[in-house]
Design a protein around this ligand. Structure first.
Ligand code: SAH
Length: 240
């Protein structure tokens, strides 16, 4: 069943122009067709009642539970090429709620502004990924942050994926096992060249738990996706 994002008012769906375009011109919906509409809180089973004018009626609120109980934020050092796209697309499929691209000492390509076309593209990727994964919400892609702002963020569990921990006992897996239902989790992943010494010190000062993502050094985008997958799996386990 096709999945859309919108709102339900008095039993009728309200879709923005992009969603209407997709439904009418791309999918060429017909009268009687059933679709799902997610409103950020719930998912409704709906039916196309007429095409011109478009009228989509809500049949029932479903019990679908597609979001994680833990609110997961992946803060990642913005990367070269299209590697940021991969982090956002795969993280979205895995249930990440928020992405924060950040600039740090070893960032190679530095964004000139807090907002740019690449961020708009990431938001579009998050929306399409959410549609594909039939999520209830579209994760937020924040404007570019500085590393300093990221370490100051609050979360119940703050995790620093540090390449210097590779092969050590404090694995992300062992930290994930201790995360309780509904706790918010922030994971910080570094750039291609890794974190600088002063950044490591700052993360220590702000009380991050240092995590190993295994014995090997992963590429930054792999590290972010790995962290998303581990936390997603554990969240669904505690959420049972
Ligand atoms: N060029 C660096 C590695 C950077 S890897 C070096 O050779 O040391 C990019 C980012 O991915 C790191 O900053 C870290 O956040 C994460 N990462 C990759 N492998 C990791 C591992 N085994 N454990 C913890 N973090 C890892």
């Amino acid at each position: 069943m096709q999945h859309y994002f919108g709102t339900i008012v008095d039993g009728h769906a309200i879709l923005d122009s992009a969603q209407r375009h997709h439904l009418l011109d791309v999918r060429r919906a017909t009268v009687g067709e059933k679709i799902e509409i997610a409103d950020g809180t719930d998912i409704f089973l709906c039916q196309v009642a007429s095409i011109d004018p478009l009228d989509v009626i809500a049949l029932e609120k479903t019990e679908f539970r597609r979001e994680l109980d833990n609110h997961i934020t992946i803060a990642f050092a913005t990367l070269k090429g299209d590697h940021n796209d991969l982090i956002v697309l795969k993280g979205t499929e895995l249930g990440v709620m928020r992405f924060i691209p950040f600039v740090c000492d070893r960032t190679v390509v530095r964004p000139k502004e807090k907002e740019d076309k690449k961020l708009l593209r990431l938001r579009k990727i998050a929306e399409e990924g959410s549609e594909q994964s039939r999520r209830t919400i579209v994760p937020v892609v924040e404007p570019y942050a500085d590393f300093k702002d990221v370490v100051e963020l609050s979360a119940d569990v703050k995790i620093f994926a540090y390449e210097g921990e590779a092969g050590n006992d404090g694995t992300l897996l062992s930290i994930a096992q201790g995360i309780a239902k509904n706790q918010s989790v922030l994971v910080v992943v570094g750039p291609e060249g890794g974190f600088s010494e002063s950044e490591v010190k700052l993360a220590e000062d702000y009380g991050f738990r240092f995590a190993s993502l295994g014995r090997r050094i992963l590429r930054a985008e792999t590290a972010a996706i790995y962290a998303s997958a581990i936390l997603s799996a554990f969240s669904e386990q505690t959420g049972q």
